[in-house]
Design a protein around this ligand. Structure first.
Ligand code: ZN
Length: 437
């Protein structure tokens, strides 16, 4: 059993842990129809200026939140005392980034992502992913154009929120474990990377972007390291920081922190990010081990995870490029279904529970409608196969238009869940914003 699980997490996380690619574009269909978020009323402010202006209050907020996390989050890794945010720190921004335990080597500069509705950017202001992140990016990030902002530039909440919601994939959560070979990871107190291959560029962010809050008893016993996942903590922390920024009149940072938190909500709406092996029951898992078929089962789950994300990305991107706002997937993102009120228990007790509950059905649907080679061939490796860009064409030619229709409907179901929780999150931020204005 132990070997099964260890193997599974080296393998599953060999693929870049992106979940939904390009979170900003994914959010766009939802925020573009909310006029109150589209007026450019926020003044861009550097992170350093915000921290310097509010250092005393920030120190209190961070202390309070640390105490809360220790008390209420099972398996939380307490922040070492050496990282307490000090208002006397020589470099306040660096001290803040270390106190919240994100990668302190990123610039956290002022920028926003363009959308399909505003593509013209003066070349002097245009930026690419490589200007903002040390990571290799990938198909989705390479094509995005960003606009550099100056302090004081006016920008709309929708843009700040959407852009911020992609930022945790820029390397914010890379290298935070003590065996990741970084100077900060050695100090952050998260211990050794609980799963995934610490040598792969993206895999170290996985325990922050996957939340395994509903494991069965066998898995918990056999592989307790899987309990060390942190997106719930990230969401809660960024919610506190967002509220504090609104309360103190730094609305730009109120929305940017809200964007950061929204990233993890999006990731956890992806069933393969809420359970390590969706569709594999405890007994089936044990039986697989007994038959010696573990590596094969794991390869299939890993491929299905990657295939789903590639297909979703291609379908969303095409619909956005064509501005097909009535497309079934974009409509699912934008639709106004009843939303739950966001609270501290939402991530654990609602969002991830729902994602886990539909995992088996989603997995079966991929098995039914995707080309068998992609999802049922244990000798095939999706990651690095070079088939990502043409996936929709291949599905259409191998399985026919009905398969596309069925898969679109299945992706739309996942997007409906994403939308419901994203709306709850945005409403929560809007309340905090309104209360301070
Ligand atoms: Zn992510």
């Amino acid at each position: 059993m132990r070997r099964w699980l260890v193997l599974s997490f080296v393998s599953v996380l060999s693929s870049p842990a992106w979940a939904w690619s390009d979170h900003a574009s994914l959010l766009w269909p939802l925020v573009r129809v909310q006029p109150e978020l589209l007026k450019p009323t926020l003044q861009a402010e550097s992170l350093n200026d915000f921290i310097a202006a509010e250092a005393v209050g920030l120190a209190l907020v961070l202390e309070r939140h640390e105490a809360y996390a220790r008390e209420s989050m099972p398996h939380y890794a307490p922040r070492p005392e050496t990282l307490v945010f000090s208002t006397n720190a020589e470099d306040l921004q660096d001290a803040f980034l270390r106190a919240i335990r994100v990668n302190p080597e990123l610039g956290y500069s002022l920028f926003r992502q363009t959308t399909v509705e505003d593509r013209s950017v003066p070349s002097s202001q245009a930026q690419r992913f490589a200007d903002l992140s040390p990571l290799a990016g990938g198909v989705s990030h390479d094509s995005i154009v960003y606009i550099a902002l100056k302090e004081g530039d006016l920008v709309a909440p929708a843009h700040v929120l959407a852009t911020g919601s992609d930022e945790p994939d820029f390397g914010m959560d890379i290298g935070l474990f003590e065996d990741n070979g970084t100077e900060f990871g050695a100090q952050y107190g998260f211990g050794v990377q609980p799963f995934g291959n610490p040598n792969l560029e993206y895999s170290s962010q996985a325990p922050f972007h996957m939340g395994f809050y509903h494991l069965d008893w066998v898995t918990k016993k056999a592989q307790p390291d899987l309990l060390r996942t942190y997106p719930e903590w990230r969401v809660s922390l960024f919610r506190e920081l967002s509220r504090f920024a609104f309360e103190t009149g730094h609305d730009y940072w109120g929305w940017r922190f809200a964007g950061w938190g929204l990233h993890y909500i999006g990731d956890l709406s992806q069933p393969y990010h809420a359970h390590p092996l969706p569709g594999v029951s405890t007994m089936a898992g044990i039986w697989t081990v007994i038959r010696g078929k573990t590596e094969e089962a794991i390869q299939l789950v890993s491929n299905r995870h990657g295939v789903l994300e590639s297909y979703q990305y291609q379908r969303v991107q095409k619909a956005l490029e064509e501005k097909s706002w009535d497309n079934v997937i974009l409509t699912a993102v934008a639709q106004g279904t009843p939303v739950p009120e966001f609270s501290e228990s939402t991530v654990r007790d609602e969002l991830t529970k729902e994602s886990v509950a539909v995992g088996g059905d989603l997995d079966a649907s991929l098995e039914e409608h995707m080309p068998p080679r992609y999802v049922s061939d244990v000798n095939f490796e999706w990651n690095g196969s070079g088939e990502e860009a043409a996936i929709v064409v291949t599905v259409a030619s191998d399985r026919g238009d009905l398969a596309i229709e069925a898969l679109d409907a299945k992706v739309a179901e996942q997007m409906t869940r994403f939308s419901r929780f994203a709306q709850a999150w945005i409403k929560d931020a809007q309340r905090a914003w309104a209360a301070s204005n």
